[in-house]
Ligand binder design. Structure first.
Ligand code: GDP
Length: 181
């Protein structure tokens, strides 16, 4: 007799983090998944991922979150990284204008490798108010013109980190329930 397997979640979503090296992707993941912050987080080579289970309006969602682990420029596994991604978070550093200018390039790559994914733009390092090079308005306008939602986060202070992942998750649940009916 076969055993009845009960899943411990309603949905499993793959979420990937992209953006220039140093913008804070690993720290955002660490903050969200473990609620810690480390200035000396040394990741493994290649790709890292973590699971986090969330309960959203009585729906249990398991997120599998992928991080490039510092290999942004050397990735030879780009297509595997994006394969099956339900949501993509593009991260830039609010204190680094160049990382914001590169968002366009990240979107080109995303458009090449991913179809129909939910996309969010995150302006990270919100806590460093004395060194801001990219205003909230700039981030918002860019995101709107590319059909993305925009949030400002800080992996250091936790500002809006949970909210960002929650927003992506809610969008994904919304999309799934639309597909079902
Ligand atoms: P990644 O290469 O995009 O994964 O970036 P990391 O997560 O490794 O972070 C790069 C550097 O930025 C590290 O020194 C972190 O301590 C720092 N950092 C990351 N997020 C924040 C943040 O929200 N605020 C501040 N002040 N520093 C951050």
């Amino acid at each position: 007799m076969s055993k009845i397997q009960r899943k411990d979640y309603d949905y499993l979503f793959k979420l990937v983090l992209v953006g220039d090296s140093g913008v804070g992707k690993s720290c955002l993941l660490l903050r969200f998944a473990d609620d810690t912050f480390s200035t000396s987080y040394i990741s493994t080579i290649g790709v890292d991922f973590r699971f986090k289970t969330l309960s959203v309006d009585n729906t249990i969602v398991k997120l599998q979150i992928w991080d490039t682990a510092g290999q942004e420029r050397f990735r030879t596994i780009t297509s595997a990284y994006y394969r099956g991604a339900d949501a993509i978070m593009v991260v830039f550093d609010k204190t680094n204008r160049e990382s914001f200018d590169h968002v366009k390039e990240w979107l080109d790559e995303i458009n090449r490798f991913s179809e129909g994914s939910v996309r969010l733009l995150l302006g990270n390092k919100f806590d460093r108010q004395d060194s801001i090079q990219v205003s909230e308005d700039m981030g918002k306008r860019f995101a709107e013109s590319h059909g993305m939602k925009y949030l400002e986060t800080s992996a250091l202070s936790s500002h809006q980190v949970h909210d960002a992942f929650l927003l992506a998750t809610k969008d994904l649940i919304g999309k799934k329930s639309k597909n079902v009916t």
